[in-house]
Design a protein around this ligand. Sequence first.
Ligand SMILES: [Fe+2]
Length: 193
Amino acid sequence: MTANDAAGRPDLTLLSPSPAPPELDELVTAVRAVVNKHADWRHTAQLVADELRSHLPSPEILTDEQRVGDPDTHQSHLLHVEPDGAFSVVALVWRPGQVTQIHDHVTWCVFGVLQGIEYEEVFTLDEDGEYLIEAGDNSNGTGEVSGFAPPGDIHRVRNVGEGTAISLHIYGTDVSRIGSSVRRYYDLPIRAS
Ligand SMILES: [Fe+2]
C-alpha cells in the first residue's frame, strides 16, 4: 500500500496483495501482545516502544521501489492494520529536506528510525490558540525508537540527513478507517520559547 500526503496520510486505495515479511509478522505479534494489556495511552506507548526496539525491522521490509522515496513529498506505506482496529503500522520514506506540516495525533504513536535521521520539532499551543511556542527538538538516528501520547504532541518532522530516511510508525488506531492518524494541522505563527 502506497501513500502520499503532506503529513503522511496513507493512500488507502493501494492495498498490497503480497504476504507480510517475517520481520513485520514478528513485530505485529509482539505489539499485539502488549496492546492487548489495555493500559492507558502513555503506558501503551512505552510498552510498544519496548517491542519496536526489540523487533526493529530492516529497511528491506519495504520493496526496492518503496525505499527510493518520491521527489515531490515524503511517502507513507500502510503495512498492517490490526483486524480489530487496535493499531496500524506505517512506514514513512523521506528524501533529504522533506518535511511534514505541523500536526498532532488522535492517539498514541511509537516510531523507530530504520535508515537515516529524522529531526523532530515540538511545539505547544498558547492559551488562546493563536500561535505556537517552540518547545524543543529531537534528532533521531538509525535504530532509535521513541513513543508519545496526546495531548502535548504537536510536532513537525523532517529528514535533515543527506540520504533517504525511512521510519516505522505504529499508531493506536485503524488509520485505514479514519483516513489518517492526524488530529489537526496547525498553520499558526511560531514564537521562540
Ligand atoms: Fe506525527
